[in-house]
Design a protein around this ligand. Sequence first.
Ligand SMILES: Cc1cc2nc3c(=O)[nH]c(=O)nc-3n(C[C@H](O)[C@H](O)[C@H](O)COP(=O)(O)O)c2cc1C
Length: 187
Amino acid sequence: MKKEPRAMKILAISGSLRAASSNTALLCAAAALAPEGVEITLYGGLGDLPHFNPDLDDPGDLRPGIAPPAVLDLRARIQAADGLLISSPEYAHGVPGSLKNALDWLVSGSEIVGKPVALLNASPRATIAQASLAETLTTMSTRLIAEASIALPLLGRRLDAVGIAADPDLAGPLQAAVETFARAVGL
Ligand SMILES: Cc1cc2nc3c(=O)[nH]c(=O)nc-3n(C[C@H](O)[C@H](O)[C@H](O)COP(=O)(O)O)c2cc1C
């Protein structure tokens, strides 16, 4: 019997907690433009993660550490994903604390190691956070897919995912980036 190919699972993580976030809208537009067989799901737990504290994983007194449920959920989602799509704002020339916090929870585990990652960016001027994010993800042994990592000028345009997907100047490069990423992830 011929085995049906399974869908490629991509987890999308926005570094912004704003309801009207341009980075979240960009990721939702990427999901809408994804080719058949590629499922992009938005991670919604960033704001629920506790502050990173290594003691919660390993209390250091021979008791097994049990990470908080939100952390276990994040790790399971990363493990189950074939690749990650991240889009983040820059705050004071840095990566938003909530996104860095999530990455810190993943440093000691194996879930993210070797995982293909594409970095999207809703603001082309936000280069410092983008470079910092790339440095962190490289240090964490992810596989950064540079040719699928693009910046699109959404800052101040108040576009939602539907508006982005309907604008050929935005949807064209975004769709191409998602397709490039899917090819790099393979399966
Ligand atoms: C507190 C704060 C600090 C910011 N710092 C920077 C910065 O250093 N560099 C930059 O390019 N934009 C900066 N911005 C602008 C945000 O990066 C921009 O509003 C971003 O696109 C918002 O993303 P979102 O729509 O996904 O929330 C800052 C915004 C805020 C609120």
